[in-house]
Unconditional design. Structure first.
Length: 162
């Protein structure tokens, strides 16, 4: 099977009008499908550093799920702190939420959460396993952080940005 990308709009709820549902890009491979929600990406670069043969921003499509073993792709996708990247294996269970649920506030105010989450916003509720939520209130993608406020300041957790 060749890698293919399709746009689809889905978040597991039917409460949102179609024009308000998040836009997902889907990259299908033999053993795993990776989805990407561009509005949630905060450019942590865990994907491109973790598996550059799969995630390459200079290439179209930029995600080639079959360029590595499906288990490795899933492992790297789970590193995405914002949840912009998700995966669905061709066989076996989907991503399991971390247990116990964890919450960490970054020095610039974002809340990084991992676990079995139900995130409520102005456009409905979504089941999540990984999110980075806005802590400053300036995000245009509430409740998710989009780095449009003080969250855009360098993060003291990253040595290169101190």
């Amino acid at each position: 099977m060749t890698d293919r990308m399709t746009d689809r709009t889905s978040d597991g709820t039917s409460e949102r009008p179609p024009d308000e549902q998040p836009k997902l890009k889907e990259y299908e491979g033999e053993g795993i499908t990776v989805t990407f929600e561009p509005r949630r990406c905060l450019h942590a670069a865990e994907c491109v550093h973790g598996l550059p043969e799969v995630f390459d921003l200079s290439r179209r499509p930029w995600v080639l799920p079959d360029a590595a073993e499906a288990g490795l792709v899933a492992e790297v996708v789970r590193r995405c702190p914002s949840g912009a990247l998700q995966y669905h294996p061709a066989q076996g269970p989907a991503e399991h939420p971390d247990s116990p649920t964890t919450v960490r506030r970054t020095p610039s105010g974002q809340l990084i959460m991992r676990g079995d989450l139900l995130v409520s916003g102005g456009t409905g509720e979504r089941r999540e396993t990984r999110v980075m939520l806005c802590g400053c209130g300036a995000s245009g993608n509430q409740p998710y952080c989009d780095h449009s406020g003080p969250c855009a300041e360098p993060d003291d957790d990253v040595p290169e940005q101190r």
